[in-house]
Design a protein around this ligand. Structure first.
Ligand code: GLU
Length: 412
């Protein structure tokens, strides 16, 4: 049973950072208030002619440090509160990694798996059209999130561009390469999770070579993290998707080959395990890379991993977090661990602005150096102030936004 929503979680993390930084109540008011919220109705004509109405959202939590930035989520459970929470997390994430952005998030309460491609396209285009007045390369730049991918970004870029009268690639990131996307964006979040995992193991004095990993979620984040970690010499012992987990596969590549052919993870010679069994495996690293609220007061006590690296956004409730801290488990928080996606989104936006495109090595090197800098900042802050890594990451992110507020002052 979880008692916390992603919104409660995000707000309590912010409150803690504000207290630890010694910020004023005025600053708390400023930091805890989302700046612009748009809720739209998104009508969809189904392929069979029926018309259905969906709720869409775009929340620009902060624009203090630059245009707002964040993904678009298609998920049946998304609502305004969760969108605000995720937009708030994007704000601290961009500040922590020193990207010149505020934070945003958007979404439609829809199960993308129930849509045909043509329905998905119509829904995406209508949503884009509804939020059109508030997005743009200098205003707010959407990107993929749960349930959306580069196809959705292509449709969003096209819808915006047709309305502008010329191509505007910089309005979204995570686009196909031929439309101004960046090399390395597809795998970026997973690559960043892998860098965080490697560095956290080194911090704990564990050799990454041969270290064991369980990954909850085998989507855009979990899959690419698994590939990158396997390339670094770690052993992925279990992964799961919405249908449960699997263990006993010879390699991530073998499992993926089976998945592509059969659309399930039941490769010959593997054993099934439940999502909870996966969370409780005796591994060096556990990577929750699915949805929010997976590590809770209920699931945390059984966790045996030495390190938790949060690939998903807000996968741990405050109650679950307290249990992990008591057990001495090192938690690399979401806003650090999964920041690789928005970091390479930033590279994509910069390349689009300059009409000059980098090679894959340049993307990789720059991703590594930004992540290593953020990682070191968090490590130093956690050690220097005797706080958890989550607290340190929030103190850094929130502190930078607070400082930007102070320097800009209040108009009028
Ligand atoms: N949806 C990703 C995140 O939560 C990426 C956002 C972006 O690239 O703007 O960080």
């Amino acid at each position: 049973m979880t008692t916390e929503s992603a919104f409660d979680t995000a707000l309590s993390q912010l409150r803690r950072a504000v207290d630890q930084l010694g910020l004023s109540e005025n600053e708390w008011q400023t930091l805890s208030t989302p700046r612009r919220i748009l809720e739209v109705a998104v009508p969809l004509r189904r392929d069979n002619g029926n018309i259905e109405m969906y709720k869409g959202f775009r929340v620009q939590y902060s624009t203090t440090r630059g245009p707002s930035k964040g993904g678009v989520r298609f998920h049946p459970d998304i609502d305004l509160e969760e969108t605000i929470a995720l937009a708030m997390l994007m704000t601290w994430k961009c500040a922590l990694t020193n990207l010149p952005y505020g934070g945003a998030k958007g979404g439609i309460a829809v199960d993308a798996a129930t849509l045909s491609i043509t329905e998905n396209e119509r829904l995406t285009r209508r949503y884009t059209s509804e939020i059109l007045p508030i997005i743009g390369p200098e205003r707010d730049i959407p990107a993929p999130d749960v349930g959306t991918d580069e196809r959705n970004m292509a449709w969003m870029m096209d819808t915006y561009s047709v309305n502008a009268g010329f191509a505007v690639p910089g309005v979204v990131t995570g686009k196909p390469i031929v439309l101004g996307g960046s090399l390395g964006r597809t795998s970026a979040t997973g690559d960043g999770v892998a860098i965080s995992t490697r560095e956290a193991l080194i911090h704990r004095g564990i050799n990454p070579e041969g270290a064991t990993v369980a990954i909850q979620g085998f989507g855009k984040v979990g899959y690419w993290a698994a590939v990158a970690l396997e390339n670094m010499g770690l052993k992925i012992v279990a992964v799961s998707d919405v249908n449960g987990g699997v263990t006993g596969f010879s390699s991530v590549k073998a499992l993926w080959d089976h998945f592509l052919l059969h659309n399930n993870l039941n490769a010959p010679g593997t054993d099934r395990l439940s999502n909870e069994e996966l969370l409780h495996l005796p591994v060096d690293v556990l990577i929750p890379a699915a949805l929010a609220d997976s590590i809770t007061a209920h699931t945390a006590p059984g966790i045996k991993a030495k390190i938790v690296v949060e690939g998903a956004n807000a996968p741990t409730t405050p109650e679950g977090d307290a249990v992990l801290n008591e057990k001495g488990i090192l938690v690399v928080p979401d806003i650090l661990a999964n920041s690789g996606g928005v970091i390479v989104s930033y590279f994509e936006w910069v390349q689009d602005k300059q009409n000059y495109f980098w090679d894959a090595d340049e993307v990789k090197q720059n991703l590594n150096s930004i992540m290593m800098k953020a990682f070191k900042d968090v490590e130093d802050m956690a050690t220097g102030r005797s706080v958890t890594w989550r607290e340190a990451a929030h103190m850094l992110g929130v502190g930078r936004v607070a400082e930007a507020h102070r320097l800009r002052g209040l108009y009028p």
